[in-house]
Ligand binder design. Structure first.
Ligand code: DNO
Length: 356
């Protein structure tokens, strides 16, 4: 298991590489270029500059989160090929600096969704929350405004303004795309990527839909065991793998996380793991918590045990933390609670490795 942390770059992260390298057990970061519009090729010189900066800090840059997928690819429009060509070249450029895994998602229009970006918990900390009744009757435009206001001035991953500019038009285009069509479009994308992944060894790791159910009537397919199995069968190759995100899949308590880890991990198809805990009060209602099992509804020990048992040697990162100790920063991505999470998960791993 290789413990890493997500990092948003020198210009847009209040957490520095110099702090990240001080977290015991953290050997690298999951990074990205955040100033390249979705669909365009990532320029090699910018990738090199990022990789050099990370390496100089004593950290590894082997995971990218995310190279976002242009909406035309998800929609299956005739224009998709030019965007896929750019994606292929981006993979080649990233591979040339040693990137091994690319995390991406195939969620129509919206990436992850929350009703609250800073809900105060009993201990005074702030966490992100999802309350179905605050989402269900809300216009997507209002949600975007809510995210902008609550983001503490940081851009939120997946909520980049240019991506949402054409919202009305994109939402109407999805009227013609149901779940089966979305699977077909994903298959087309993955088939086109296979040669460059075979050539470079880069592994694609699809992120589950967060939350794992349809929002605003849009199709969402990366939601449960059967659909994950279906994704893997679209192109049966190790380059077509998963980011197993406990907080996304775990929002539906019918999803048995350790069982999924055993099933897909044994097949060598989990390349990246995001570990996050949630307190679920009712279907569709939850808030994020510290990583500690007893603070939430997900058993972190069982998650780590399943990973340990399958001999997981991929990348893992603590996911969304709370804001604690007065820290101000990008919601979900503070330093303190994620560092505590990293230490806790590393501690479980050490205990597992010494128990046998
Ligand atoms: C949110 C993240 C997502 C994730 C993407 C992967 O905090 O979990 O934005 O990075 O869905 O492409």
């Amino acid at each position: 298991m290789k413990m890493i942390l997500r990092w948003f770059g020198r210009d847009d992260d209040h957490v520095s590489l110099e702090y990240i390298v001080q977290i015991p057990g953290v050997s690298g970061i999951a990074g990205a270029l955040f100033d390249v519009p979705v669909g365009e090729e990532w320029p090699l010189d910018k990738i090199r500059a990022l990789a050099d900066d990370v390496k100089k800090s004593g950290l590894k840059f082997e995971v990218v989160e995310s190279v976002n997928v242009h909406e035309d690819i998800k929609l299956g429009l005739p224009t998709r090929d030019q965007y896929i060509d750019n994606y292929i070249q981006t993979i080649r450029n990233l591979a040339s600096v040693g990137v091994k895994v690319i995390c991406y998602n195939f969620m129509p229009v919206f990436d992850w969704l929350r009703s609250d970006l800073a809900m105060q918990l009993e201990d005074g900390s702030y966490a992100m929350a999802y309350h179905e009744d605050k989402i269900i009757d809300t216009n997507p435009v209002e949600i975007i405004e809510r995210f902008r206001e609550g983001s503490q001035g940081f851009s939120l991953p997946g909520w980049e303004p240019e991506r949402l500019a054409e919202l009305k038009q994109v939402l109407s285009q999805y009227a013609a795309v149901d779940e089966d069509k979305l699977f077909d479009n994903l298959k087309y994308f993955l088939e086109r990527l296979k040669p460059v992944c075979d050539e470079t060894g880069v592994k694609m790791a699809i992120h589950p839909d967060d939350p794992p159910w349809s929002v605003f009537g849009l199709p969402r397919i990366i939601t449960n065991r059967d659909n994950l199995a279906r994704v893997l069968s679209l192109v049966d190759s190790p380059h077509n793998g998963l980011t197993l995100c406990t907080g996304s899949l775990g929002a539906n308590l019918d999803n048995d996380l350790p069982a999924m880890i055993r099933e897909f991990g044994k097949r060598g198809r989990i390349h990246f793991v995001h570990v996050r805990n949630l307190k679920i009060y009712a279907p569709g209602d939850f808030h994020e918590t510290s990583h500690l099992s007893s603070d939430g509804s997900l058993d972190m020990f069982e998650v780590m045990k399943a990973l340990y048992e399958i001999g997981f040697d991929g990348y893992l990162r603590p996911d969304h933390g709370r804001m604690i100790w007065g820290e101000k920063g990008r919601p979900g991505y503070g330093l303190y609670d994620r560092a505590l999470g990293a230490m806790y998960l590393t501690g479980i791993w050490e205990a597992l490795s010494k128990m046998v």
